[in-house]
Each structure stands twice: as structure tokens, then as C-alpha cells.
Design a protein around this ligand. Sequence first.
Ligand code: AIR
Ligand code: ASP
Length: 255
Amino acid sequence: MSQRKKLYEGKAKILYQGPEPGTIIQHFKDDATAFNAQKHEVIEGKGVLNNRISEHIFIQLDNLGIPTHFIKALNMREQLVQEVDVIPIEVVVRNFAAGSLVKRLGLEEGTHLPRTLVEYYYKDDELGDPMISEDHITTFGWATPQEIEEISGLALRINDFMCGMFSAVGIRLVDFKLEFGRVWEEEAMRIVLADEISPDNCRLWDVKTGDKLDKDRFRQDLGGLLNAYQEVAARLGLITRESQGGTSGPVLIKN
Ligand code: AIR
Ligand code: ASP
């Protein structure tokens, strides 16, 4: 393990060179950061939960025919993924008003949006991931008009699936962030979903109580982040109830 080549260390994940060319090991850390890493904490067990939740969602999306970078689960904290050429855009899909949308437009938090909103942000920590338009994306060549059309179509399909999946377990999908990459197969290039989908990059509210079950617990100093992530994993059937709140940490249920 220790002589694996580290390719990149981000705020919540480490990428190592995979066993075959074109593969990468995605390792989920316990670090939680917010506000461009100005706020940082290590929350033991977060990486295991995010790895399991993200793995579950990527497998479901794959079954629906949505192309993703996911190859297979490796262990509690790691998954094997395809190496992709990362498109430097964060795609945010919103169903209800929250977070930066509330700040920017003065909406009331929780307002149901008239229709699903897709926003783009330029992935650049130094610039604080500024919001951009499709025109910025094509002008600076980050993606072609055809690629944006494909990406927004995939983002909406992913939203449809995830809204249903979460609503079936009493959770409202308020918003989430996606990242995409390009993969070359022979002469053809494909757009695939990359990164992760977990409570670190979704807003998830309990339908009945309105409780926040996502990283806003950390951003807003609400406490109880690990319990919230465990609740999400338990409702999705990924960990056993008995393990929730115990001192020994979550017990994973394997596929
Ligand atoms: N997000 C955006 N950048 C990083 C992350 N994790 C996610 C948030 C939220 C959505 O994108 O977790 O689910 C919208 O974030 P915001 O701050 O623009 O309201
Ligand atoms: N994870 C990012 C950061 O460290 C953004 C966020 O999720 O708030 O700033």
C-alpha cells in the first residue's frame, strides 16, 4: 500500500495510481473542509460512509445506463475508477433554494424552485470556484456546446433518479454537485460522471423533520455530522441500524 504512487491529494480524497494503466484508486479521507478549506476538521468514519454511499449511487446510475468512472469497490475507503481527463467545471443541480442560491438571490431557504436549475462553477480554489455561464465554458474551451448539452442532460437524469431514490427513504434532495470527465476509448471520446456523490456534496433534508443530513451540519456548526451520514446510509440499506450511534463505528452491509 505504502509504495503506491500518489497522484493527487484533495480536500476529502486521495488519488493513487491504479493497478492497470488508465485506472486510479480513489481513497476517501475523514477530512471535512468548508469555505475553501478555511474550516477543517477530521471526522473519524466519514470517509468510510462517503465511500459506501457514493459506491452505491454510482452502481445504481451505471445500471440505468449513465456512464460513470466507477469500476469496482476495493475496500471500506477505496474504489477503483477509470482515469479521466477532468472537465474543470462543477455542475450544481438544484430542486429547492438553499446555500449560495439563497444568498445570491435573497430567496427563502427551502423554496421549491419552479423548475430544476442547473448551474456551472469554474473549478478553481484560488478563485473560490466562481459561477460561470455556458458562454464562459465554450469561450474558454473548457467544454464544447455538444459536451455541455450532454452534461446537462446527464445531470437532469441523475437528478430524476436521485430524487426518487431519496424520497423513497424520506429524504428530500435539495441540491447537489457533480463533476464530469472525458475518457477515450479507441478513437471515440465519452463523457463520464466522475468524483463522488455523497452527503459531502448533496443537501439532504429529512422530509418529516426538515433535519439536515449533509455537510451543512459541519458548515453551519450544527454538530452530529457522522450521525447524519449514518442515517443516510442506514436508510439506503447500506449499514445496519444496530451499528448506528454505537461506539464501534458503522457496520457496513456488503452487496
Ligand atoms: N458543493 C458545491 N461545491 C462543493 C460542494 N460540495 C455542493 C454543496 C451543495 C451544492 O453543491 O454541497 O449541495 C450547492 O452548493 P452552494 O454552496 O452553491 O449552495
Ligand atoms: N469542500 C469545499 C471546501 O473545502 C466546499 C464546500 O463543500 O463547502 O471549501
